[in-house]
Design a protein around this ligand. Structure first.
Ligand code: 5GP
Length: 192
C-alpha cells in the first residue's frame, strides 16, 4: 500500500538489528487519515470473504483494525495481553512470546464475543516471527471460529512469520512487505 510505504520511508527508524520504530504515525502518535486509508485497503482486499468480525491485539493493532471494522461494517474484538493466567470460564488464554520485549504474556479473548458462527479477520501492526498471529489463531480455534484471513500493516519478510502462516494455508495480506532494512541504507520493500 503506497501511502503506508511512503510513511515508513519518511518516518521509520531502524533500530539494529531488526526493529522498525514507527512511533510518529502508528505506535505512539496515530495518524487517523492514514488509519482510515489502511482500513479501507483491508476492507477492499477481504471483500466477499464473509468476515463477521475483525480481531486485533492490543494496543497498536486497535487503531487500524477499528478502521477496517468500520469499513467492513462489522464489530472489532480486542485480544488483551495479560501478565498471567486467569482461571475464568469466560476467557480463552494462550501464551505468546513478544518479539520486541522477549517476554511472555497470556493473550486473552473474552469468550462471549467470538463463537462458532464467526469467520474472523485478524489484524496486527507487525508480522515478524508470527508468534502473535499464531496465538490469535489458537484463540479463534478455542472459540470454534474460523479465520478468513490475516491482515498486517508492516511485514518484515526477512523473518519467518509470513511463510509459517502461508504454509498453514492462511490468506496473509501485508500492506508493506520489508525485504531488508538497516540504519545506513534504510528500508527496502519486496518487489510486487
Ligand atoms: P511476531 O509475534 O510476529 O514475532 O511479532 C509481531 C508482534 O511484535 C507485533 O504485534 C508487534 O507488536 C511486535 N513487533 C515485531 N516486530 C516489530 C518491529 O519491528 N517494530 C515494532 N514496533 N513492533 C514489532
Amino acid at each position: 500500500m503506497k501511502e503506508l510505504k511512503e510513511r515508513i520511508v519518511k518516518e521509520g527508524l531502524v533500530i539494529p538489528p531488526n526493529i522498525l520504530k514507527v512511533g510518529s504515525f502508528l505506535n505512539l502518535q496515530v495518524d487517523p487519515v492514514l488509519m482510515e486509508q489502511i482500513g479501507e485497503d483491508f476492507a477492499n482486499h477481504f471483500a466477499g470473504k464473509g468476515v463477521t468480525k475483525v480481531v486485533t491485539i492490543e494496543s497498536s493493532g486497535i487503531a487500524p483494525a477499528l478502521m477496517a471494522a468500520k469499513a467492513m461494517r462489522v464489530p472489532l474484538v480486542i485480544l488483551k495481553k495479560k501478565p498471567s493466567k486467569i482461571l475464568n470460564s469466560n476467557l480463552y488464554q494462550t501464551e505468546v512470546t513478544s518479539f520486541t520485549t522477549q517476554t511472555s504474556y497470556e493473550l486473552t479473548l473474552s469468550a462471549e464475543y467470538i463463537n462458532e458462527n464467526d469467520h474472523v479477520l485478524i489484524i496486527d501492526d507487525f508480522l515478524a516471527d508470527g508468534e502473535a498471529a499464531t496465538g490469535a489463531i489458537r484463540l479463534m480455534r478455542m472459540a470454534h471460529a474460523t479465520v478468513a484471513g490475516i491482515g498486517i500493516l508492516i511485514e518484515k519478510s526477512f523473518q519467518p512469520g509470513h511463510d509459517k502462516l502461508v504454509a498453514q494455508g492462511f490468506d496473509v495480506y501485508s500492506q508493506a512487505r520489508i525485504a531488508s532494512m538497516d540504519k545506513k541504507n534504510g528500508v527496502h520493500f519486496v518487489e510486487e
